[in-house]
Design a protein around this ligand. Structure first.
Ligand code: F6R
Length: 580
């Protein structure tokens, strides 16, 4: 995790870098810092979230700065473990995203050779190694150090007296924005788009000398040209646009996000990828894993094709026998476990298909095929619109496999249905949830993974303990926890599981737990058993997956707002989980 930014050019580089780091805070936000190159290298860094007031920009007048926002892996979050790190003489400074797995042995050797360490991080070994090789040319020194490192890294390095940044990438993302007489490097495109849409996505093994006039890229000691891509994400996409939080904005974008994702799927290309597929394995983490679970229910029902869904983190250590198609779901395209699962799948006779939101992300390099969900940048740590966009692409896959079954369920009605769901009154439900210590979410069939996602959203942004169960499982243990103080959110809509859900709700009520039910309009039976009923718009059954998801997202959001939580940056989390 962690985010890095570097700038070289005519602007106030510190201002560009700090602004860029704010955009990358989703990658980690427990400490921050910058290294400014002028007559000497000055490092300013601190524990905690980025505070712009910590920097006096008028005094930091330099055209060459690198910076970092951290999610701690080695060493607690504090001022000294914050990046940038410097060598013994403070002439070289470095920021790093990734993990150096062999740092312990490197550190021991460096200590024996007399280096003084200032932090507990794995990163600091890199800058001391560069110091050993440095002989007036930073590029040569970094080139010599890279073969000594094991693990993953995107690094930016500067040295006193050199008007350039040296960058290197291996298994951690790094993008270069190529402007007119200026270059900005970042962990993703968001710090870059304010200055230029033209970017280069670096590849593993790339080593770059960055000067304001342009970049020279080498890989395996050979100078190479990399394609310049024009990114079509608008700058507005990465701004709050009048909403109080990015999460709120991203929830409210979902009607168009769904339609856009559906439109962007190339059915002809998809048919080729899916041709002859008899079984499917899906891997993902967190919210993406939940999208995979919904896909399983839909594909098994409509296309009668068996689908297995695995946590990417588990799959890695016990990969099942694999045939057919492996689908990797990942908004960021950088989740370490999901990347590893795809690498493993390549050893089997199966095709790999990544579904991701981020152009040029690592997953696009490891999977044979990629579909982009085109949700636009998702800034809030909690995934919302990317879940809806993942579902849109997965619906298209199910539709293709079932020869149009799902399309006849009117995917086209989704846009209006999502818009209607955004307007539903959920105040009474929020009032009930905001005082709870524990909340249960229950559903059956494909509403079970929808309820899992509802519980995940509530716990991650409100910090209320939330659990989800397939409704039939509650009586096999969790009932012991029910009381008047444990609200249960029950998804109880028309369809094959309706009557049994009504019975399950009655069982819950008999244990005195308050029930917030999500159901259909005019359902008097449901109103008779539940304490609060939130009714969803009338739509085909499959579309209810989307409308209920929206309601659960809003429940989590509104509850967290009522509790005064830090909505877009919940504690202890980071959006892009690039470590195992
Ligand atoms: C939850 C959330 C996480 C991510 C998970 C996978 O709101 O954001 O659970 O879904 O870390 O991330 P991606 O999809 O980027 O692989």
């Amino acid at each position: 995790m962690c985010g890095i930014v570097g700038y070289i050019g005519p602007r106030n580089a510190a201002e560009v870098v700090i602004k860029g780091l704010k955009k990358l805070e989703y990658r980690g936000y427990d400490s921050f810092g910058i290294a400014v190159s002028s007559d000497q290298i000055s490092i300013l860094k601190k524990g905690g979230r980025i505070q712009e007031s910590f920097f006096n920009l008028n005094e930091l007048n330099s055209g060459l700065v690198i910076g970092h926002t951290r999610w701690a892996t080695h060493g607690i979050p504090n001022d000294t473990n914050a990046h940038p790190h410097s060598d013994c003489s403070n002439n070289i400074a470095l920021v790093h995203n990734g993990i150096i797995e062999n740092f312990l042995s490197l550190r021991e050797d460096l200590l024996i050779r007399g280096h003084i360490f200032k932090s507990d991080t794995d990163t600091e070994v890199i800058v001391h190694l560069i110091e050993e090789f440095y002989n007036g040319d930073l590029l040569y020194a970094v080139r010599d150090v890279i073969p000594l490192l094991q693990g993953s890294f995107a690094i930016l390095v500067i040295a006193k007296g050199e008007k350039r940044i040296i960058a290197a990438r291996y298994k951690s993302p790094l993008v270069l924005g190529i402007g007119d007489g200026e270059v900005i490097a970042g962990s993703d495109v968001t710090p870059i788009l304010d200055y230029t849409p033209d970017v280069i996505f670096l590849e593993d093994g790339d080593l770059v000398s960055i000067r304001a006039e342009g970049v020279v890229i080498e890989n395996s000691h050979v100078i190479i040209e990399r394609l310049v891509t024009c990114v079509d994400w608008s700058r507005e996409d990465a701004r709050k646009g009048g909403f109080d939080h990015f999460m709120q904005k991203e929830i409210f974008e979902q009607a168009s996000v769904f339609s856009q994702a559906i439109r962007s799927v190339d059915y002809e290309a998809l048919k080729t990828i899916l041709s002859g597929v008899k079984e499917i394995t899906v891997v993902g983490c967190g919210t993406s894993y939940h999208a995979g679970m919904i896909f399983r229910y839909l594909t098994e029902e409509f296309a009668r094709i068996p689908v297995r869904v695995e946590f990417a983190s588990e799959f890695k250590y016990s990969p099942p026998p694999l045939h057919g198609l492996l689908i990797a779901l990942t908004q960021s395209g950088e989740t370490a476990d999901t990347l590893a699962a795809v690498e493993i799948a390549k050893n089997y006779e199966c095709t790999t298909l990544a579904i991701t939101n981020v152009l040029g992300s690592s997953i696009t390099r490891v999977a044979k095929n990629t579909l982009f969900m085109r949700a636009g940048p998702e800034v809030s740590v909690a995934a919302t619109k990317s879940f809806i966009a993942e579902l849109a692409v997965l619906f298209c896959i199910t539709d293709c496999l079932s020869e149009g079954e799902l399309r006849t369920q009117s995917l086209d009605s989704a846009h209006k249905a999502i818009e209607d769901a955004l307007l539903i009154d959920i105040d009474p439900a929020v009032d009930l949830l905001k005082n709870a210590g524990t909340v249960f979410f229950v559903g059956r069939g494909w509403y079970y993974p929808v309820s899992l996602e509802g519980a995940l959203k509530l716990k991650e942004i409100s910090y209320i303990h939330a659990e989800s169960y397939a409704a039939g499982e509650m009586k096999h243990g969790p009932f012991a926890l029910l009381s008047e103080e444990t609200p249960v959110v029950a998804i109880c809509v028309e369809g094959p599981t309706y009557s049994v859900m009504i019975s399950n709700i009655k069982e819950v009520k008999a244990r005195r737990a308050p029930v917030i039910a999500i159901g259909n309009k005019g359902d008097t039976d449901l109103c008779a058993v539940a304490d609060v009923v939130v009714t969803i718009p009338d739509t085909p059954r499959v579309i209810q997956i989307l409308t209920i998801t929206v309601i659960l997202q809003l429940l989590a959001y509104r509850t967290a707002v009522a509790l005064g939580r830090d909505i877009d940056r919940p504690r202890n989390l980071a959006k892009s989980v690039t470590v195992e």
